[in-house]
Design a protein around this ligand. Structure first.
Ligand code: PLP
Length: 390
């Protein structure tokens, strides 16, 4: 089976993790701050906070921005559930903004109309989670301008987008948002097994997230609310969590980061090959932003169902049967049973539903060989029944 995504682990990665195992610190040692520094320098952010998953990063990002009961968090329905769940963790309510049919990211025009309506109804969001689906950046300039006009904070869920650029700036530089999140799950571009990171240019937000990732406990006298009793003293000043990343994970992240540029470049090579190989097939290949650079976590095609005799499900099943580990990113979040019970109507987001009926993620990872990619394309032709009885 050719999977849709797979990590690349070299001897270098293995050696660095083994070296940590032989060192004094398995957690809370020098590797985590080193990893943070490497990522923040690479993307041009002032602060980086490594945590045990992107989901944890989203949670502490929301908390640090003051999200709580009575507030709203908005995001796109075409994302992993974590982009929305973080709002629920904080006791806030969640709503969705339909996608742009070309980029598959949340549509800034739909967002503007929804904001105008929400303003009249006095239910403006406190936070918008902008997800860079497949690594393709959202329309950040427009979203940022709306945030200034309507007064909400922006979290970029860049779980798919490390190594990519929006215009001339690396994603994570925070030019158009308060906090950016990366995921280091093995299917993503860079991996630490499990892991995530929150980046910000705001000292206050960084300080709050730093507390929240480690029980709300501090040894920093400046953050203490009471006079310390002695040198043994630590204080819990708010309710935090244990979301820390281990030294093993950070060491892996450091050696992976050495190859980030090569990873993304290879993904672009593969995307270009797919674009060419699929050109005459009844599928829509991904649109690429002309002056941005996608991280290309995913390569999603849309079936032109009018032009083929098969259903979406049949094509998907045929690919799986032929050993191609295709996937569907994503089932619209508002149709998940947990969200449906909150009263979301499936038809509320027409573009998202249309996308869901047509989308298939083809294998896309740095270790994918040209020959394997050719096999994927051949399997797709077979699934579409092209070149068989015609
Ligand atoms: C993978 C992913 C997450 C969650 O990442 P974890 O590190 O597994 O918690 C969140 N949002 C998006 C868009 C993702 O793809």
């Amino acid at each position: 089976m050719i999977p849709y995504g797979r990590q690349e682990i070299t001897q270098d990665d293995i050696d660095s993790v083994v070296a940590v195992l032989q060192s004094d610190f398995l957690t809370q040692g020098p590797q985590v701050p080193r990893f943070e520094q490497i990522v923040s320098q690479h993307v041009g952010a002032k602060h980086a906070l490594a945590v045990n998953s992107a989901t944890s990063a989203l949670h502490i990002a929301c908390l640090s921005l003051g999200l709580g009961e009575g507030d709203w968090l908005w995001t796109t329905p075409i994302t992993f559930v974590a982009s929305a769940n973080c709002g629920l963790y904080c006791g806030a309510r969640v709503d969705f903004v339909d996608i742009n049919p070309k980029t598959y990211n949340l549509c800034s025009q739909v967002l503007e109309e929804k904001l105008e309506k929400a303003k009249q109804e006095n239910r403006l969001p406190k936070i918008l989670v902008a997800v860079h689906l497949c690594g393709q950046p959202c329309d950040m300039e427009a979203i940022y301008n709306l945030s200034q006009r309507f007064g909400f904070s922006i979290i970029e869920d860049a779980s798919h987008a490390i190594g990519g650029k929006y215009k001339s700036e690396f994603i994570g530089s925070g030019c158009y948002s308060d906090i950016t999140i990366f995921s280091f799950h093995p299917v993503k571009i860079v991996t630490t097994a499990e892991g995530g990171m929150a980046l910000t240019n705001d000292d206050e937000l960084a300080s709050r997230m730093n507390l929240l990732r480690s029980h709300g406990v501090t040894r920093d006298q400046n953050l203490m609310t009471h006079e310390p009793d002695g040198p043994w003293y630590y204080q819990q000043v708010e309710l935090g969590y244990n979301y820390r990343m281990t030294e093993l994970q950070a060491a892996l992240g450091i050696t992976q980061m050495n190859r980030l540029d090569a990873f993304v470049a290879r993904r672009h090579e593969l995307a270009k090959r797919y674009d060419e190989l699929l050109r005459n097939l009844p599928v829509i290949t991904p649109w690429q932003h002309p002056d941005s650079y996608s991280g290309l976590h995913l390569y999603v095609i849309r079936l032109q169902l009018d032009a083929i005799k098969k259903t979406h499900r049949q094509v998907f099943e045929s690919l799986r049967e032929q050993g191609i580990g295709v996937n569907l990113h994503y089932i619209p979040v508002h149709t998940q049973p947990y969200y449906k019970e909150m009263g979301f109507e499936p038809d509320a987001y027409q573009q998202a539903m249309q996308y869901y009926r047509e989308a298939i993620s083809l294998p896309m990872f740095q270790g994918l060989e040209d020959q394997e990619q050719d096999d994927v394309v051949q399997a797709l032709k077979t699934a579409l029944e092209i070149g068989r009885d015609s």
